[in-house]
Design a protein around this ligand. Structure first.
Ligand code: ADP
Ligand code: ZN
Length: 292
């Protein structure tokens, strides 16, 4: 019988749980709100146990400890979400549903989903960024999801504030980080309207594309990805993609010459899995945990 793999996309506002197979077929899926962990985590673990899964892959909101060698592996770090700071997420899941579990960040699993089933299939170095309520990047280099000391927090790189920018950062820690200047809430604070209602304001998307392109220039030069995928609510404004590509080319200024950068239309792309990149990445993470 085919392996049954559990997938858990643990987001800051909602949890998505699925059971699927190694080839990326989702057999069933439910979701629940991200309330206090004592209420929601045991319930989720029991759901997976009741579905007789052989393994589970978890993509968690961060910051969280993703290095298995760290004594705090699987714990959520500091967070304003009530009850979640220092919560032993993976440990509690495992104590109720005793199967192999893979554990990584929400953005890393989205990157893994695209690299396994989506537009980055066959590539080994990929950056996936989400531009939504927050900004984060999942990074795969040489086939490995990047962890390092904790995990990349590439939404908090400092950018150059555009001289035409009338707004200021919404990040409580940084006056000019990518998330502070370009997340959905930042757009809304700057322009005084919901991002979705600003669709035909050219200046909004020129500025947004400038910040995204500044960040991509850094990712290209530091991570050397073969493809960059942009997801999250703000990326639904597809008119920003040509603007981002043009500005990225300006910032790179011909310094690097590769086949990938010669074809920016294929290099900087929207997510390709219809918002399933995260849950499918969790499935692959679960499959890998079972294989290991
Ligand atoms: P989250 O980051 O919370 O998981 P999303 O990726 O949907 O969720 O991001 C939500 C943010 O994206 C909000 O700030 C919202 O205004 C913005 N957003 C959602 N849909 C759109 C859209 N179609 N166009 C522009 N902005 C959007
Ligand atoms: Zn910041």
């Amino acid at each position: 019988m085919a392996m049954r793999i559990g997938a858990l996309e643990a987001g800051g506002t909602k949890m998505v749980l699925a059971v699927g197979t190694a080839d990326g077929a989702i057999l069933e899926q439910i979701s629940m709100p991200t309330v206090e962990p004592e209420l929601v985590v045991p319930q989720m673990a029991e759901w997976f146990a009741s579905k007789n899964v052989d393994a589970v892959g978890i993509g968690a909101f961060g910051p969280t400890v993703v290095n298995p060698a760290n004594p705090n592996y699987g714990k959520i770090c500091f967070t304003p979400k009530p009850g979640w700071s220092n919560y032993d997420f993976l440990g509690t899941m495992h104590s109720i549903c005793d199967v192999p579990m893979g554990y990584d960040t929400d953005v890393n699993v989205a990157c893994l989903g695209e690299a396994t089933f989506g537009c980055a299939k066959g590539l080994d170095s990929v950056v996936y960024i989400t531009v939504g309520t927050g900004i984060g990047a999942g990074v795969m280099v040489g086939g490995q999801l990047l962890h390092g000391m904790l995990h990349p927090e590439a939404g908090h790189i400092l950018l150059t504030v555009n001289p035409d920018d009338p707004g200021k950062s919404v990040c409580p820690k940084h006056t000019r980080c990518f998330e502070g200047l370009a997340s959905g809430p930042s757009i809304e604070a700057r322009w005084g309207a919901k991002a979705v209602d600003l669709a035909d304001r050219q200046e909004v998307w020129e500025l947004e594309a400038d910040y995204i392109a500044q960040a991509l220039e850094i990712y290209v030069t530091c991570y050397s990805p073969q493809k960059i995928i942009i997801g999250g609510g703000v990326a639904h404004q597809e008119q920003i993609f040509p603007l981002i590509r043009t500005k990225l080319a300006d910032y790179l200024n011909g310094y690097l010459k590769t086949d990938e950068l010669d074809d920016l239309d294929s290099y900087v792309v929207p997510n390709s899995l219809n918002e399933k990149q995260g849950i499918l990445g969790c499935l692959e993470l679960g499959r890998r945990a079972l294989e290991a």
